[in-house]
Design a protein around this ligand. Structure first.
Ligand code: SAM
Ligand code: SF4
Length: 391
């Protein structure tokens, strides 16, 4: 069973208006050194949830992990190792970086601590659009950051944002071409999501054009040797994000820091738990927690912060997460986890979705989304959402 840790670093140069992740402008939050002290306390308090073991993956996400002193990233890796969550050459260690926030010295320090994968928030290479969505960097700064990563021969991924106000298909194609030319081995395209009434909700491509945009992205990437191994993730084979795959493969993960989510496979159907997303409340909870050695989230966290899964919820999660991936849903694995009887109850839904042309099966019982199903995955998932009395 694989195991990974996510560490949330909630610092940004400025808040992008479209972003609803738990993160703060750096001057409006406690200094990074103090935040790291909270993280260390949290590790002490919760290490009983997950037995110490070597990590398969470690992911620093944000926010902007590359904004805080690199010594602090190294210190977190060392602190985890002190508690038995060790890393080595076998561990995928990813760090999210924003353009213009890394230097050679910082990179050298990350590399010395074992960081071996960088996720670059490029978003778009169009300066007009970068300004429009209030990104603080220019396209040239992204290119300079990428040149630095290439100088060190590093493995990097790109986030690309599409369906931005006034963005055209031609502009998006250019973004994807630049991303490929620049040597990314992994690309995550995200369709901008903003609520109705948001200033960026005006002048966006309509839904039909958004689907066309995604089609252009996947065609361009497929013809350049990338494969779509998950709904929003493409990679050159062998460069999939092992950390992301963990989220979709029913493996355990531990999320540390503000708003981070975790999954523990405790009997019978597992438990999900998460941290508070307001920095003052998170800090207060960590500082007022007494003692260590808690073994179950329910003994430490408030009841709004965990969910002990019932069988129908676990089955729903299993179906959704496995269908997100290229390898798909394996009925035999489902039967082993939940029972043959349960698998038989799921089969009619799978057949209905197959008749709609949204999923397909191969002859060894793996079901996966069709090209059409990928575009309407929310409707597919709605039909694989089970209620307590159905299972
Ligand atoms: C939380 S950010 C962290 C990475 C980094 N700070 C950055 O902004 O590049 C992770 C990714 O989420 C995506 N994202 C954030 N807000 C989004 C939104 N409202 N709609 C779609 N994608 C969004 C962006 O593409 C971003 O790269
Ligand atoms: S830099 Fe990234 S994490 Fe920070 S506000 Fe912008 S999108 Fe959100």
């Amino acid at each position: 069973m694989r195991f990974g840790i996510y560490v949330h670093i909630p610092y940004c140069i400025q808040r992008c208006t479209y972003c609803d992740f738990a993160t703060y402008e750096q001057s409006k939050i406690l200094p990074p050194q103090k935040y790291i002290e909270l993280l260390f306390k949290e590790i002490q308090q919760k290490k009983g949830f997950f037995s110490a073991r070597p990590l398969d993956t470690l992911y620093f996400g944000g926010g902007t992990p590359s904004l805080i002193p690199s010594e602090l990233i190294v210190a977190i890796i060392q602190e985890l190792a002190k508690h038995g969550y060790t890393t080595g050459p076998q561990t995928e260690i990813t760090l999210e970086i924003n353009p213009a926030t890394v230097s050679e010295a910082k990179l050298e320090m990350y590399l010395s601590a074992g960081v071996n994968r960088f996720s670059v928030g490029a978003q778009t290479f169009d300066d007009r659009l970068l300004k429009l969505v209030h990104r603080e960097h220019s396209a040239q700064q992204t290119l300079d950051t990428l040149a630095l990563l290439r100088k060190f021969n590093l493995n990097f991924s790109f986030d690309i944002l599409f369906a931005l106000p006034s963005q055209t298909l031609a502009g998006l194609s250019r973004d994807v071409d630049i991303a490929i030319e620049q040597g990314a081995k992994h690309i995550s395209p995200y369709c901008l999501t903003v609520p109705d009434g948001h200033p960026l909700a005006m002048g966006r491509p309509i839904e039909e054009e958004q689907l066309e945009m995604f089609d252009v992205i996947s065609q361009r990437l497929n013809s350049s040797g990338f494969h779509q191994y998950e709904i929003s993730n493409f990679s050159i084979p062998g460069f999939e994000s092992r950390h992301n795959l963990l989220y979709w493969s029913d493996d355990e993960y531990w999320g540390l820091g503000l708003s981070a989510h975790s999954y523990k496979k405790s009997s019978p159907w597992g438990v999900r738990f998460w941290n508070l997303s307001n920095i003052n409340e998170y800090e207060k909870q960590i500082l007022t927690t007494k003692g260590e050695g808690y073994s179950e989230p329910s003994t430490l966290l408030s009841k709004e912060q965990f969910e002990v899964l019932q069988k129908h919820q676990s089955l729903t999660d299993f179906c959704h997460t496995s269908l997100r991936t290229l390898s798909g849903l394996n009925v035999q694995t489902l039967a082993t986890k939940f029972s043959t009887n349960t698998a038989e109850k799921v089969l009619p839904s799978l057949s209905r979705l197959q008749a709609s042309g949204w999923i397909e099966t191969n002859d060894i019982g793996h079901w996966s989304l069709t090209k059409q199903g990928l575009l309407v995955s929310n409707q597919v998932f709605a039909q694989l959402t089970f209620l307590q009395d159905e299972i």
